[in-house]
Design a protein around this ligand. Structure first.
Ligand code: FAD
Length: 539
């Protein structure tokens, strides 16, 4: 199957119940998608079930960087730095359109600070095997003023610059889901696991409940091994396996805000200090600039954690203090998102201090749970989990090939795709957007919103307008108007494909508008009294 079409719900649910799979993966974020792809490529029979849309949890709410983890160096976690740096290369190799190099600039206040940063980067480059062409550079104060004039250089002695990679987290997840399906996995979005079936001391099946509107079907999904990759919901799923399971996660909430690029016209990604030894990113993306993030413990998992006025004031405060711009106001924020990091709890540590390493546990009924980790190292994490699955199955499987075989869209080089888009008359800005979404397929998707929305339904498993508007296209967050103009044409293109009556189409549009209004509700909120010193740290 070269595409993902999840519209025939009855057939899809039935196919989950038709056989005993080698492995059932719970959770269609980047972790579960990565495991499903790896397991399917090794020749296992795989089912992947996602309660909502693919990547609708943390895997669409990140800072969208495939990064080497420079800050883990300061925490002394050399193994994590090494893995992150090598995984950066792996993701770039299999999906160059989803790992686009971006220079990162860190300003320094003194020669001593520059020397310290360079020593750290030197070690980082050695540990990560960074090739010479990707080595960091030093900018003088004058270089900085010329190349990044938006950054206030008064008080700065210069800067260091090193490359990282920008991704599209939701599309990276989707590429893994689609490739898992290509390799034979049965994948279902809007299919929630609500119960485990335990026989003897083994979980042998899960009960899956259809979540698509108007249907209440349930199916028993049987599998020899079950993987819990439910991200922030990992503890909830563990409680289905063993009611008395001790919670292992500490959730940390982080937000991002988007403003028009011409209001924060940075050339490169900037790392800015944000008080209390913490830093934030300012990242240019097409016609937008996005800013993040915060890092605050959060209680129970939820799909749409809040974006508070305090969060926004903190980010804007740091940017307004350090960029040569008219101060940005809350009302200028075009879009905002909030997400939860599923960190493995380390009692006594603050949210920014908790390790970003992943951990894998086997529960009392044999369920393999994976938690923690980063988008950056998802592939390696999935490989470790799949190794455990193969061991639990007790039989031979093919070797892991996920670092060698390209993800869908990664078949052509970005320069070849851009050249083709230019040849057919697509503007530079649109071409870069399409490349970042579809990679090699971009030249076939130049027909605008309607063509993209139809493709999302027919080939990418979209079942709601939000699936296209937020996760498949990014229009809700990165279009200059917050995606408003795209709503009607996208809904009109999706309606006949999904059998929506006019009332349903109107409800889909209203739901997207309400989503955006809710995320921007902070604009009317009370001003924070501590705008600049709140707890926060980079992704
Ligand atoms: P999720 O994406 O949340 O996936 C879990 C899925 O399980 C969800 O889709 C959920 O709906 C589903 N699920 C839950 N319960 C059930 C059930 N009962 N049945 C079926 N499905 C279920 N990492 C980086 O490498 N670079 C960054 O720049 C970066 N920035 C970040 C910034 C922020 C603010 C945050 C919050 C995280 C950031 N991360 C970053 C970390 C990264 O985003 C996460 O590590 C990663 O996305 C976690 O993916 P996941 O698949 O484990 O969880």
């Amino acid at each position: 199957m070269d595409f993902l079409d999840t519209r025939d719900r009855a057939a899809l649910l039935a196919s989950l119940g038709e056989q005993t799979f080698d492995v059932a993966v719970i959770g269609g974020g980047v972790t579960g998608a990565g495991v499903a792809r790896d397991a399917a490529m090794r020749g296992l029979t795989v089912a992947l079930v996602e309660a909502q849309d693919f990547a609708s949890g943390t895997s669409s709410r990140s800072t969208k960087l495939i990064h080497g983890g420079l800050r883990y160096l300061a925490q002394g976690d050399l193994a994590l730095v090494r893995e992150a740096a090598s995984e950066r290369k792996a993701v770039h190799a299999i999906a160059p359109h989803l790992a686009v190099e971006t220079p990162v600039v860190i300003g320094a206040h003194s020669i001593g600070e520059i020397a310290k940063l360079r020593a750290g980067l030197w070690l980082y480059e050695r540990l990560g095997g960074v090739p010479p062409e990707h080595a960091h550079r030093q900018w003088s104060k004058r270089d900085l003023a010329e190349r990044e004039p938006t950054l206030r250089s008064d008080g700065l002695a210069g800067a260091v610059v090193y490359p990282e990679f920008m991704t599209n987290d939701a599309r990276l997840t989707l590429a893994n889901v689609v490739d898992a399906a290509r390799h034979g996995a049965v994948v279902a979005n809007y299919a929630r696991v609500e119960r485990f079936v335990v026989e003897g001391d083994r979980a042998v099946a899960v009960e899956v409940a259809e979540q698509a509107p108007g249907r209440g079907d349930r199916v028993r999904l049987s599998a020899r091994v079950i993987v819990n990759a439910a991200g922030p919901w990992v503890d909830q799923v563990r409680a289905l396996e063993a009611i008395d399971a001790t919670p292992r996660l500490a959730l940390s909430r982080g937000i991002h805000v988007v403003v028009a690029r011409d209001r924060a016209p940075v050339q490169a990604t900037l790392i800015l200090p944000a008080g209390g030894g913490r830093t934030i990113f300012v990242i240019p993306k097409g016609t937008a600039t996005y800013i993040g993030t915060t890092d605050m413990f959060y209680g129970a998992p939820e799909t749409w954690p809040p974006v508070t006025a305090e969060d926004v004031d903190y980010l804007l405060g740091a940017v307004n203090a350090q960029l040569n711009i008219e101060p940005l106001a809350r009302t200028e924020v075009i879009a905002a998102w909030s997400g939860l990091r599923p960190l493995v709890s380390q009692p006594g540590k603050g949210s920014t201090e908790i390790s970003r390493r992943d951990e894998v546990w086997t529960g009392p009924a044999g369920v393999i749970t994976v938690a923690g980790g980063k988008l950056t190292a998802y592939r390696r994490m999935a490989e470790r989990v799949t190794d455990k699955v193969v061991a639990a199955l007790g039989r031979k499987a093919d070797a892991c090939r996920t670092a060698r075989e390209r993800l869908p869209g990664g078949e052509a080089t970005p320069s070849a795709v851009l050249a083709e888009l230019s040849r057919i008359g697509v503007s530079e800005t649109d071409a870069r957007r399409l490349l970042g979404l579809y990679g090699a397929l971009a030249p076939q998707l130049t027909g605008g919103v309607a063509a993209e929305a139809a493709h999302a339904v027919l080939h990418e498993g979209a079942l709601t307008l939000e699936d296209y508007w937020i996760r498949r296209s990014g229009r809700a967050w990165f279009d200059p108007d917050g995606g408003v103009a795209a709503l009607e044409p996208a809904a009109s293109a999706m309606a006949p494909l999904l059998g929506w009556a006019p009332e349903r189409t109107a409800r889909e549009i209203a739901a997207c508008r309400a989503r955006s209004a809710s995320d921007l509700a902070f604009a009317d909120g009370a001003s924070s009294s501590v705008p600049y010193e709140m707890a926060a740290q980079s992704s």
